[in-house]
Design a protein around this ligand. Structure first.
Ligand code: PLP
Length: 391
């Protein structure tokens, strides 16, 4: 069967698919229809932190599938309650709202911040400051929050009340006025090119926010939940936001997102203010508990940090005039190159390796499952290096 033809004929053309159809996977390896093996340096864009086919996760999901798949949010289920307790406790937050994706988690975060400000300060204090090169999702408010004009161009009008700024302390200070209710950041920008924010900038965000009762929203959809070798990306900066949005890793491969808030915001949303049919689905929640069990283990996180250091070392020892910079934290690494990252993506694909691109097609993004072995890491890095060197 010509599946690639099906893709061309029937799928709306929003993705540039690599010419491969996968049928199964285990750990960091994926297998296509002809059983060719590929090494996964993408983790399904930061989702499969535990790798493919994690046995504890599968068992939890299968058990739950047989017991109860879906009810609705007019009633409660056990996995979502256990997950709510665990996720809020490990995050040092007070309460959580569950949804299905990263963009939806950000929509919820934006609404929550605006309601807090409206109730306390009245109309007009609703601006959210977001950063150049940020990525917050594809629904209208999250897309408007995204600091990448190229993604906006066909879709006006957007919801009002967003201010995109350059990532400088001066731009931040200039942007803050009496209409601002929140500042939204990714501690390590993912799609924008794997850009860790500077310590100086992040501490200024929190300082200004505290002084002005402005809320800080950390979009941890990509850099959160173990990816950087700490539970959250912002943990690398010694700060604690008012709102955290998470998704990707949380569901372990099933769609799940969450908005976490602190004590100040825990009663802001009231009955009817927000909702989601599938939010807190028991099957997704049962799997998510297993994900959290694994990624909160200190030795697991320490290994992620070590592997991240190894990648940096690797590129120190294997330099090339085609590499501009290697940056990132933990297993979220960007290799900025002089040519097109999509060309490298194609080249390494031919050698059986999947990588991501980021930025403006100038960054090869390495985002492997967090359980990747040293051997797999070395194998993939060598393939990437050879491809970049021979550009
Ligand atoms: C930081 C960040 N926020 C939000 C999103 C959107 O998440 P989703 O695709 O699950 O809606 C992404 C997706 O890549 C992301 O990286």
């Amino acid at each position: 069967m010509d599946y690639l033809y099906y893709a061309k004929k029937y799928l709306i053309n929003t993705y540039k698919h690599l010419p491969v159809v996968f049928t199964n996977a285990k750990g960091c390896k994926l297998y296509d229809v002809s059983n060719k093996e590929y090494l996964d340096f993408t983790s399904g864009i930061g989702v499969m932190a535990l790798g493919h086919g994690n046995e504890k996760w599968i068992k939890a999901v299968e058990d739950q599938l047989e017991k109860l798949v879906h009810t609705s949010n007019i009633v409660l289920n056990i996995p979502v309650l256990k997950l709510a307790k665990k996720l809020t406790e490990i995050s040092n937050m007070s309460k959580v709202f569950f949804c299905n994706s990263g963009t939806e988690a950000n929509e919820g975060s934006i609404k929550l911040a605006r309601k807090y400000s409206f109730e306390k300060y009245g109309k007009g204090r609703n601006t959210i400051i977001t950063l150049d090169r940020s990525f917050h999702g594809r629904t209208m408010a999250s897309l408007e929050a995204t600091g990448e004009e190229e993604l906006h161009k066909y879709f006006y009008p957007f919801p009002e009340g967003f201010k995109h700024i350059d990532i400088t302390v001066e731009a931040l200070e200039k942007a803050v006025d009496s209409t601002v209710c929140a500042i939204m950041i990714e501690a390590v920008q993912g799609e924008g090119g794997v850009n860790p924010l500077s310590k100086e900038f992040v501490s200024k965000v929190f300082e200004i926010a505290e002084k002005n009762d402005i809320l800080v929203i950390c979009d941890e959809v990509q850099c959160g939940l173990g990816r950087t070798g700490k539970l959250y990306g912002f943990n690398n900066y010694n700060v604690q936001p008012d709102i955290i949005s998470v998704a990707k890793t949380l569901g372990g491969g099933l769609p799940m997102g969450a908005v976490l808030c602190n004590e100040k915001l825990k009663d802001t949303f009231k009955y009817g203010d927000h909702g989601s049919t599938f939010g807190g689905n028991p099957v997704c929640a049962a799997g998510a508990i297993e994900v959290l069990n694994e990624i909160t283990d200190e030795s697991f996180l320490a290994k992620v940090a070590e592997k991240g250091k190894f990648i940096k070392e690797f590129f120190k020892n294997n330099s090339s005039k085609n590499i501009k910079e290697v940056r990132g934290i933990g297993l979220m690494v960007g290799v900025e190159i002089k040519g097109k990252a999509s060309e490298i993506q194609k080249k390494v694909f031919e050698k059986g390796l999947l990588v991501l691109t980021a930025g403006r097609d100038n960054v090869v993004r390495i985002l492997p499952p967090l359980i990747i072995t040293q051997e797999e890491l070395e194998k993939g890095l060598n393939i990437i290096y050879e491809a970049i060197k021979s550009m």
